[in-house]
Design a protein. Structure first.
Length: 230
């Protein structure tokens, strides 16, 4: 699998060209995370730090971790860690943690949930934002009816797991597929108590820029979950 340091420049360029990240992904995280002054939060897989800075602007004390040294350095306040292991972090040292569009790229989801549970104090919370699993199954793809323009979604091999490698410049990035039930059950088995779930479709800004996306309003694009550590 491609190391993220190899695609760091590609990732930063992708973000710069994708207003949906700021318009849809970040607001969804902030809605569930509800960061406040005085909180100490951990950004797991912080990348170049765009989300980290958005959370910090609301007054929380945020520390980032990322497996790519180039991306962690761009964030300005992150450590390098071989995710999903959080070895640099002591037990129960954060009020909360979050992971945005990262779980899809990790081989071991169970280890990620376990490690985040370890570093968040009892009563703290964890917020996860992922590409909706209906989008990540092998062979999943939108299908547009040529007669009326209506768009449907072929879920592919939704229940079988697996992964898909996407082109990232001259490299590839791997997306692991996990069902919604797999994500929720894995978290429950490791001590996370479900607090809230949100699903979102394509945003209005995207539709205004590309009216053809209006036919995809009924298709979920993002899944966000908030848990509490007991």
């Amino acid at each position: 699998m491609t190391a993220w340091d190899d695609v760091a420049d590609w990732w930063v360029a992708e973000l710069a060209d994708d207003p949906a990240y700021v318009e849809e992904v970040q607001p969804l995280l902030l809605d569930l995370l509800d960061p406040r002054p005085g909180q100490r939060l951990l950004d797991v897989g912080c990348g170049e730090g765009g989300v980290l800075r958005a959370v910090a602007e609301l007054g929380a004390d945020v520390v980032g971790l990322d497996g790519a040294e180039q991306l962690a350095a761009r964030s300005g306040r992150a450590f390098v860690a071989l995710l999903p292991d959080l070895d640099p972090v002591a037990d129960a040292t954060f009020d909360g943690a979050y992971m945005v569009l990262v779980l899809e790229h990790l081989d071991d989801a169970s280890r990620a949930f376990e490690e985040i549970h370890r570093v968040v104090r009892p009563g703290g919370h964890f917020v996860l934002v992922v590409n909706h699993p209906i989008f990540t199954a092998p062979d999943a793809t939108p299908i547009t009816d040529p007669t009326d323009g209506e768009t449907f979604y072929r879920p592919g091999r939704y229940f079988t797991g697996g992964y898909t490698d996407y082109v990232a410049g001259d490299k590839t990035v791997r997306f692991h597929h996990r069902t919604v039930s797999s994500i929720l059950n894995t978290a429950a088995e490791l001590g996370w108590v479900l607090e809230r779930v949100e699903e979102r479709g394509v945003g209005r800004g995207q539709i205004e820029r590309d009216p053809t996306l209006a036919s995809q309003e009924h298709i979920p694009r993002l899944l966000a979950v908030r848990w509490t550590r007991v």
